[in-house]
Design a protein. Structure first.
Length: 462
């Protein structure tokens, strides 16, 4: 059966069996046509003592491609097992930005070994990339790109691509620079193919260039990929000199990391690591979750203070107590819906601070419709089920009215809070994701109780 017909788990089991039978030639054949990302998955699953042997069975280029896809722990284990020659061969095959990514995750002893295996020019380039701030565009760029001159002909361009392209991360997009390396144009292999050999690059190159600076946030670069569907994006220094490019695979990694970070923040978890879930230790997981849990627990004291203040009113009509969880949950859910929607819109640059009043007006109307719909259904449900079916005859029309009116008001309030806090947070240079469900729920809980007891006091005269 061909590998194409097997799942990764079945291929892994097949290779493990071949290892037991010492059929190394068949192992080599089994992985020869596989994608490097799939080979990396096999590395993660087979026993550790077989990983180095599997690596040595792979052709040099495929082995390096698979090495890039491995997680940090597996990479470190392999590097420790490599001979100096093997390590040099792997590093020589890697693109410079991939080498930098690996270095950033390795302990000092491994970093020293990696740097010793590179030549002086490569070490200088690595050190230059490592100097950029972690979240900057410069930190994810590669200096390996095809550069042309405006007075090159198409024939000259193809000669340069053939001569230097083997070491470049992408050859499809070519950048035109002047003698001082200032970025003045961009073209593509498609454009080159569609022009005559003696046409000059300056005659058809694109001069309206979109680029980022080395110290721009890498998320800005990732958003440009989303907006313009780039395959590569040029990176320039403050003087407009081309120093590198960001490729689409690195942009996708940034988008994934930023999304993961936002999900953590929206669920009251401090973003702390890029490791897979099962490789994060218990203590590290505890450390990332406990700060927000502690803060939210303390902030819930206000909810307890409100209940204590109205304790006499609750004692006067105990049935009111049974509906507090429903009211608080509904308010929190309503605020959470609004906040998630607005946070996403902010991340896509669909709205900003100037739109806040339009957003509030929309959410008020949405809140009114949701509140009225829920209160009508709840009114009927309480009367038919809680009173008639379950026999809670303390539930009267006024009591039901208090609950239903509270629903309408608290949902409108929750929608307003849920939509405004993320916008204000972004205006104040905070991450909008911080103003997410757990934080908003705590605020809405307190407001729901105040509204509830206000209506109870006014309508029931308790």
């Amino acid at each position: 059966m061909d590998n194409e017909e097997l799942t990764i788990d079945e291929i892994t089991e097949k290779i493990s069996n071949l290892f037991e039978e010492k059929k190394y030639s068949q192992i080599k054949e089994s992985v020869a046509e596989m994608n490097s990302a799939d080979i990396a998955l096999i590395f993660e699953e087979i026993p550790e003592d077989k990983r180095l042997l599997l690596f040595r069975l792979l052709p040099k280029e495929e082995a390096s491609d698979a090495f890039v896809e491995l997680d940090g722990d597996t990479q470190e284990a392999l590097i420790r097992a490599f001979s100096d020659n093997e390590l040099k061969e792997v590093i020589d095959e890697l693109y410079l930005d991939d080498t930098v990514d690996i270095i950033e995750e390795m302990p000092a002893t491994i970093v020293k070994r990696i740097l010793r295996s590179t030549d002086a020019e490569t070490r200088a380039s690595i050190n230059a990339l490592l100097k950029y701030p972690e979240d900057s565009s410069g930190s994810i760029m590669t200096p390996e790109f095809v550069d042309l001159k405006k007075d090159n002909t198409v024939e000259d361009a193809f000669k340069r691509i053939r001569r230097t392209g083997v070491d470049k991360e992408t050859i499809y997009t070519c950048y035109v620079t002047d003698e001082s390396r200032h970025l003045i144009g961009v073209t593509t292999v498609k454009e080159l193919l569609l022009h005559e050999e003696d046409d000059l690059i300056e005659e058809f190159m694109e001069t309206n260039i979109i680029y980022v600076y080395t110290h721009d946030d890498r998320e800005i670069a990732a958003k440009l990929f989303e907006k313009y569907d780039f395959l590569a994006l040029p990176v320039v220094d403050m003087e407009g000199r081309l120093v590198g490019i960001i490729t689409v695979d690195d942009a996708i990694d940034v988008i994934q990391e930023e999304t993961t970070e936002d999900i953590h923040k929206m669920n009251a978890i401090v973003p702390s690591t890029e490791k897979p879930y099962l490789k994060i230790g218990v203590f590290e997981t505890w450390k990332s979750r406990i700060p927000w849990l502690m803060l939210l627990m303390v902030s819930a004291t206000f909810t307890g203070m409100i209940i204590t203040k109205f304790e006499d009113k609750l004692n006067a009509l105990i049935i009111l107590t049974s509906f507090i969880p429903m009211l608080m949950d509904t308010g929190g859910n309503s605020g959470g819906q609004a906040s998630v929607t607005i946070i996403r819109a902010l991340s896509l640059n669909e709205i900003d601070m100037k739109d806040i009043f339009r957003v509030i007006w929309k959410e008020i109307r949405v809140g009114l419709l949701c509140g009225v719909s829920l209160s009508l259904v709840n009114f009927v449900k309480i009367w038919l089920i809680d009173r008639t079916l379950l026999g809670n005859y303390d539930i009267t029309i006024p009591v039901n009215l208090v609950i239903s009116l509270t629903l309408v008001v608290e949902i409108i309030c929750a929608k307003i809070i849920g939509c405004t806090l993320p916008i204000i947070a972004k205006k104040m240079k905070f991450d909008p994701a911080v103003m997410s469900s757990p934080f908003i729920t705590t605020i809405v809980d307190a407001i729901s109780l105040l509204v509830y007891f206000t209506f109870a006091t006014a309508i029931l005269h308790i």
